[in-house]
Design a protein around this ligand. Structure first.
Ligand code: 2AM
Ligand code: CA
Length: 262
């Protein structure tokens, strides 16, 4: 456990530092930032600064580890360890001034995610999971809701970024699921959505056309919280469904596994 524990403690403290970077930029918090940049510059600056902070820490503490990060791509050192990082998940929310954004850090050992940390700085919610040792929100052990009836469930989804060009935009799935649930939500940070499934705030979640860094930490969190997940299609990058085991099983047959042919 010794290596795992120091990796976890470092991932948590670096996620908190990245979250502090987010808050410096969020809603133009610093006058100097607000006057100098427009909204998309602020997002880019927050994203880049958070990423640099985490990568610099990894490089000085674990110089031989591989790193996959949204902005910088893959730095492959043929290590047993690989960090999978989304320095700012929920960038659209961030740029709008909406509080659902996070930093996501997954740590893989020999290709298996062993540690997941998601920190939503504005919400002051820290999620962490260690394989085989549970899922925790702000230090408290959490579990999925355990709901089994779809009509009692609140389920989240998201819509792919290429929706202006690609008619395979998730509306087909929404049309099928919507009549059967208590409520649908679109929160805008895949990492938070997955952690909310694990914490029992959401009963299910699916989204297509994501990337590994969006889901690496969150999927371990779901699993460790007693939830189920499936990569429900392979033709749109990373497309995941997560939920309580019963709700996952009910939603799975309702989701398209490939684009409808025209
Ligand atoms: P991001 O904010 O880090 O880009 C919202 O539906 C979810 O989709 C967020 O987790 C968001 O992550 C992700 N997302 C947004 N733009 C994306 C893109 N161009 N490719 C893949 N995922 C994206
Ligand atoms: Ca992301």
């Amino acid at each position: 456990f010794i290596m795992t524990d120091s990796l976890l403690l470092n991932a948590i403290s670096w996620a908190r530092e990245a979250g502090a970077v987010h808050l410096r930029y969020f809603r133009g918090n610093q006058l100097e930032i607000k006057s100098k940049f427009n909204d998309s510059d602020i997002v880019t600056a927050a994203d880049k600064a958070a990423e640099k902070l985490i990568i610099d820490h990894i490089k000085s503490t674990y110089p031989h580890h591989s790193i996959l990060s949204e902005e910088s791509g893959l730095e492959n050192h043929d290590s047993e360890y690989r960090w999978v990082i989304d320095p700012l998940d929920g960038t659209t929310n961030f740029s709008q001034g909406l509080p659902q954004f996070s930093v996501s850090i997954g740590i893989e050992h020999n290709g298996v995610t062993e540690i997941g940390v998601v920190y939503a700085a504005y919400l002051n919610e820290l999620f962490h999971a260690i394989r085989g040792r549970g899922a925790y929100m702000n230090g408290e052990l959490v579990k999925v809701s355990g709901k089994a009836r779809l009509d009692q469930c609140v389920v989240a989804t998201g819509f792919p970024v290429d929706k202006d060009r690609n008619p395979d935009n998730n509306v087909d799935n929404l049309t099928r699921v919507l009549p059967h649930v208590r409520g649908m939500r679109r929160l805008g940070s895949a990492a938070i959505d997955l952690c909310y499934v694990g914490a029992g705030f959401l009963d299910g979640y699916w989204e297509l056309n994501l990337h590994q860094w969006d889901v690496s930490a969150g999927l371990l969190f779901v699993e460790e919280a007693g939830g189920s997940y499936t990569h429900f299609r392979t033709d749109r990058n990373v497309s995941v469904l997560a939920g309580t085991p019963a709700i996952h099983d009910q939603l799975l047959p309702m989701l398209s596994t490939e684009a409808a042919t025209k």
